[in-house]
Write a protein that binds this ligand. Structure first.
Ligand code: C2E
Ligand code: MG
Ligand code: MG
Length: 497
């Protein structure tokens, strides 16, 4: 039997008590054995703590949270109350961790755990699920506005400046919320739905929260189906490349061609890259996919030359995930050798965002590629916040102005001014400048007047199959100059998207 004893000084300590009858010299006595178990109990508490808490932050762990949620659900059912589960995931934590080192990453997580705890009531439970994922249980929920207010408080607590190794930075988080009973009656469903809502908050642009809604599950299911389909798309030969020409603004001669990937899905039809490239990046499928694209583009380039098309430089888009892969340059070299394409005939399009994200390693990778002789283009320029001084240092040949700037030309004085400035800037840095998304004669005219070197867009030709591209090329070179309207009709016919 366990009990508590009081010392002479008044302090209380735990004891283990064994009591039993004994006979001494024919008389019956009651003998009690008392053992001080303070140390044993401390050890047990410690072990219990270790089993149910996260060693880094001291917060409850997944097992403890599951226990608490289980208990809270039973109470909520019994007293007809509601409760909320909140998934909190730090935005871009991996990048911070990679940039500052794991030590700083750990301290950041500890600080975030402290901030989270400070936002909550005594009765709420906050746990760390692992990595940069936290979960909060809000019991005795009066209304959803109460949760909104709390998430607002949490988001701003997290976003307050942190100083790590003398460097000030701001971290944000995305939060997904599921509510009992409307979003699920059991632990597993509530956790799953909060997680799905959190992903939706990330998709909406991060640093925000989302309540779970049933449509999110449908979307998650359809994404999952798409992802599993993508795994076999490569082996089943369902990927295709389409090609879009780049033209010289003044002469309207075709100066290059960009390869754009499509997925010929057996049920959904032709799927655009925006729908599966992010999935491929997340699942790691991007590497085999990108290698297929590179090889197929090089193969096509050689096939065109066999048909006596002049050697056009062929551009391939490289995603952020693949760009940060250490083996990139080596893999590309192997493909060039295998297909017999000379490096100067290959161009890589890397988005401004990718380059900015990768900082110094980006400059190194770019110069490795450039040393091989490959042409480098900075894609979607204007969307990635790079500065003139950064641009000057990067070994890039061409800068491609993002189509969002071209869309409202001419007429929108803001976009006109920005585009003009971007062109002037690129020229002053001695880089070739291309405008993408050119759809009208007026846009072309504006770009021509402001000396943009090259243009690309539906006005000339939408991305089309390899065969259609060579037909377009022949048509175009046999038609006399100035016939861009006729040619755009040909292009529209070819651009069966
Ligand atoms: P991007 O490289 O900036 O390509 C330009 C996108 O604009 C293409 O969309 C193209 O079809 C579209 N476009 C071309 N002309 C016009 C126009 O006149 N008006 C408008 N509104 N749009 C035009 P697409 O093919 O859907 O590709 C979207 C993005 O997906 C590409 O943007 C590129 O970042 C990525 N992508 C495409 N192929 C690949 C690939 O093989 N690998 C990787 N990693 N990304 C790819
Ligand atoms: Mg591109
Ligand atoms: Mg672009």
């Amino acid at each position: 039997r366990e009990s508590r004893f009081r010392r002479n000084g008044g302090s209380v300590f735990p004891v283990e008590l064994h009591t039993g009858p004994v006979e001494i010299k024919g008389r019956r006595h009651l003998l009690s054995l008392v053992r001080d178990v303070t140390e044993r109990q401390l050890l047990q508490e410690h072990i219990h703590h270790l089993a149910y808490h996260d060693a880094l932050t001291g917060l409850p762990n997944r097992a403890m949270f599951s226990h608490a949620l289980h208990h809270a659900l039973a109470q909520a059912k019994r007293f007809c109350r509601s409760l909320a589960v909140m998934f909190i995931d730090l935005d871009r934590f991996k990048q911070i961790n990679d940039a500052l080192g794991h030590d700083a990453g750990d301290r950041l997580l500890q600080e975030m755990a402290r901030r989270l705890t400070a936002c909550l009531r005594e009765a709420d439970v906050v746990a760390r699920l692992g990595g940069d994922e936290f979960v909060v249980l809000v019991e005795e929920l009066a209304s959803c506005t109460q949760v909104s207010a709390l998430t607002g408080k949490i988001l701003s607590a997290i976003a307050a400046q942190v100083v790590l190794d003398g460097q000030a930075l701001q971290v944000t988080a995305s939060i997904g919320i599921s509510v009992y009973p409307s979003d699920g009656a059991d632990e597993r469903t509530l956790m799953k739905h909060a997680d799905i809502a959190m992903y939706s908050a990330k998709e909406q642009g991060r640093n925000d929260y989302q309540f779970y809604v049933a449509q999110m599950s449908e979307r998650a299911h359809s994404l999952m189906a798409l992802e599993s389909g993508l795994r076999t798309a490569l082996s089943k030969g369902e990927l295709r490349l389409h090609y879009q020409p780049k033209l010289d603004t003044l002469t309207e001669a075709i100066s290059g061609v960009e390869a754009l990937v499509r997925w010929q899905h057996p049920v959904r039809g032709l799927v655009r890259p925006a729908q599966f490239i992010p999935l491929a990046e997340e699942s790691g499928l991007i590497i085999p996919l990108a290698l297929w694209v590179l090889e197929e583009a090089c193969r096509q380039s050689v096939a065109w030359q066999r048909e006596y098309l002049p050697a056009l430089r062929i551009a391939v888009n490289i995603s952020a995930r693949h760009f940060s892969d250490a083996g990139l340059a080596q893999e590309i070299l192997a493909i060039l050798v295998r297909t017999g394409v000379v490096p100067s005939q290959l161009e890589l399009e890397i988005t401004e965002g990718t380059v900015m994200q990768n900082g110094e390693t980006a400059a190194q990778t770019l110069s490795d590629l450039k040393n091989i002789g490959i042409h480098i283009t900075l894609d979607d320029f204007g969307t990635g916040f790079s500065s003139l001084s950064q641009l000057k240092l990067l070994p890039i040949d061409t800068i491609k102005i993002d189509k969002s700037f071209i869309r409202d030309l001419p007429g929108d004085s803001g976009y006109e001014a920005i585009t003009k400035t971007m062109i002037t800037m690129c020229k002053s840095l001695d880089r070739t400048v291309v405008a993408e998304g050119v759809e009208t004669a007026e846009q072309l005219d504006f770009l021509r007047r402001h000396r943009c070197d090259q243009v690309q867009g539906y006005y000339f030709c939408a991305p089309v199959s390899g065969d259609a591209f060579s037909a377009y090329y022949r048509q175009r070179t046999s038609t006399s100059r100035g016939g861009s309207t006729d040619i755009s009709k040909v292009a529209a016919g070819l651009g069966k998207k």
